[in-house]
Design a protein around this ligand. Structure first.
Ligand code: VGL
Ligand code: ZN
Length: 202
């Protein structure tokens, strides 16, 4: 069985100067390029929201970014408008070697449900199709890197572990938003899920 590298949401809007900038988000690009050059199977995910997406604070009267609201599927943080389909902010970081990828997986295109995870939308049941893609390629081990460690990387890693993949998160190739303790909670949750948190591989 084989290993894949999953590069989560290394997009302009999540880097300094972007709409939902993760502190130091661009500092990981060089390391990710090096790791991509070293891994046989590479998948990039791309947050890809329609304008007016339900995860945007601007879609909710009287709400501001980083408020938490109740959705039919549970709590949802309301974000600044970000990664709108076709926008500059939705593009991969200019220095990311995106040409190296076998698969680009877009997520968050359903206006009614956010999708942090590369595997399921935030209802934790609507699949993106990535599980089937990996299994049919005979991939059972995943290394994850990218943005943001406490949201999309965390959800993707926990879902992957739940699906039975062997998951390693390269912490040094991730950066976090860290909203109201979200980083500590994410690290805790990933550890509990049996995910290996490493700062170097191999
Ligand atoms: C993300 C918040 C909203 C992420 C995506 O990539 O971690 N965070 N959309
Ligand atoms: Zn998003």
């Amino acid at each position: 069985m084989a290993e894949a590298l999953i590069v989560i949401d290394v997009q302009k809007d999540f880097c300094p100067g972007g709409a939902l900038a993760v502190p130091d988000g661009d500092a990981i690009v060089g390391g990710i390029n090096a790791l991509m050059a070293d891994t046989a199977a590479v998948i990039l995910t791309q947050d890809w929201h329609p304008a007016g997406h339900s995860s945007f604070a601007s879609s909710h009267e009287g709400r501001v970014p980083y408020d938490v609201t109740q959705m039919p599927y549970g709590d949802q943080v309301l974000w600044p408008d970000h990664c709108i389909q076709g926008s500059i902010g939705a593009q991969f970081h200019a220095e990311l070697h995106a040409d190296r990828a076998d698969l680009l997986l877009r997520k968050g295109h359903n206006a009614a449900i956010d999708s942090y995870s590369a595997f399921f939308e935030n209802d934790r049941t609507t699949p993106t199709g990535l599980e089937g893609y990996l299994r049919t390629r005979g991939i059972d081990r995943l290394v994850m890197v990218g943005l943001a460690l406490d949201f999309c990387v965390n959800y993707s890693a926990v879902d992957a572990a739940r699906l039975g993949f062997d998951v390693t998160v390269r912490r040094d190739l991730c950066r976090a938003i860290d909203l109201a303790g979200s980083l500590a909670a994410a690290l805790d949750g990933m550890q509990t899920a049996g995910i290996a948190l490493e700062t170097a591989h191999g």
